[in-house]
Design a protein around this ligand. Structure first.
Ligand code: APR
Ligand code: ZN
Ligand code: ZN
Length: 362
């Protein structure tokens, strides 16, 4: 029997979000229904609402979530009712070419629940944001989207690992392979960049240089672990990073903005043998022009980081344990907790740069 719950819907392009009653079916084979306890507000939710991702309205928004498994369908053995889980938007298949070559973070056959949640009033099918749809009291996902973690962690903190914070930490520890004693520069200190700073600190980086155009963001970045801060509105970011690294450039430069000028800064701010990690997502029309001699003349690596190249079942429990041991301050990322009916306002605050993360708690 489908259950009626409240959820936040984006009804059409650029229309304000609203709360509707939605129908959540019983879990089918390989599926789970999760009672959502917390869900962070992410830029991607805003992009869905603006029609920037696709036109499959109405969307059920929300995808940075943690909660408790309520019921599971046939064949589900990895999670059980009562488990505290973080949801991920990339349940890998285990069997495609990427998975079989030991690179599941490039899996191209990721899956979501097959059944659909619907609008109670019209029966319309809902498109859950990133296959999750967790601005709702309950949601239906593929069981592989649930990763069990220690329930001692607060849901608001745990949910953030489901997207932006994992993307940033993973950019540093998985993609960038930051190591003890490394110098790291992070360009763009929003939620993702700050998480890259936290990840670099965790990995033992010696110098962590935060770069942003907003002094408020730089102050927060220092709290999270940056050892140096550069306001690139007032000074040349590449020069400043070189100066702070003995003239060489950083071992790892992490770009967390997604713009041509910051991609360019990242390219030139690395040590000749350094690594550039691109985690900021550009738009289709953006281009970067580089002299080929500069491309040829610099060694190292240019890597993009997709969801922090994470493996949820490996990385979520580990990061939660580090948090519970007091070695990773995830609470610093929760600016405020809000109610379901405050998502629209949270988008405005996010847009104004006032918050790292607003988290809906239920
Ligand atoms: N130079 C340096 N910093 C900049 C610049 C610039 N030219 N332009 C913007 N910024 C800073 C902003 O001041 C802000 O602190 O980049 C930060 C971006 O942060 P958010 O908007 O909070 O975005 P966030 O959630 O951190 O995501 C950053 O990563 O995963 C991707 O899609 C995501 O592309 C986005 C990026
Ligand atoms: Zn997100
Ligand atoms: Zn696969």
């Amino acid at each position: 029997m489908a259950q009626e719950v409240r959820g936040v819907i984006a009804p059409g392009k650029n229309e304000p979000v609203r709360i509707e009653t939605i129908l959540v079916p019983d879990p089918g084979p390989g599926e789970a229904v999760v009672k959502v306890q917390a869900c962070g507000v992410c830029h991607t939710d805003l992009h869905y609402k603006q029609g920037g991702i696709n036109d499959d309205f109405p969307f059920l928004l929300g995808h940075e979530a943690a909660g408790v498994v309520e019921s599971v369908g046939a064949g589900v053995t990895d999670v059980a009712p009562g488990d505290f889980v973080i949801l991920n938007w990339r349940a890998v298949c285990g069997n495609c070419r990427a998975c079989r070559r030991g690179r599941p973070w490039y899996c191209f056959a990721t899956h979501n629940a097959e059944q659909k949640m619907t609008l109670a009033s019209t029966g319309q099918e809902l498109s859950p944001a990133l296959g999750i749809g967790a601005f709702a009291e309950k949601t239906l996902v593929a069981a592989g989207q649930c990763t069990k973690v220690d329930p001692a962690a607060s849901p608001a903190v745990a949910g953030l690992l489901g997207c932006g914070v994992m993307a940033g930490i993973g950019a540093a520890i998985n993609t960038g392979n930051v190591g003890r004693g490394d110098s790291v520069a992070v360009i763009g200190c929003g939620g993702v960049g700050d998480a890259a700073i936290a990840g670099s600190r965790l990995a033992g980086a010696e110098k962590i240089i935060a770069v942003d155009i907003d002094d408020r963001k730089l102050a927060k970045a220092r709290e999270i672990g940056a050892t140096h801060a550069v306001n690139s509105k007032n000074s040349d970011a590449v020069e400043a990073i070189r100066e702070l690294t003995g003239g060489f450039g950083a071992d790892v430069v992490i770009e967390a903005v997604g713009r041509p000028e910051t991609y360019q800064q990242a390219f030139y701010a690395r040590d000749l043998a350094g690594t550039v990690v691109l985690v900021g997502v550009p738009t289709p029309e953006m281009k970067l022009e580089l002299p080929l001699l500069d491309v040829f003349g610099r060694g190292g690596a240019l890597k993009s980081s997709w969801y922090g190249d994470c493996l949820p079942d490996r990385d979520f429990p580990m990061l939660i344990n580090l948090y519970l041991q007091g070695r990773l301050d995830l609470e610093a990322f929760v600016t405020e907790t809000i109610q379901l009916d405050e998502v629209e306002k949270a988008f405005e605050r996010m847009h104004a740069g006032d918050v790292l993360r607003s988290v809906v708690t239920l």
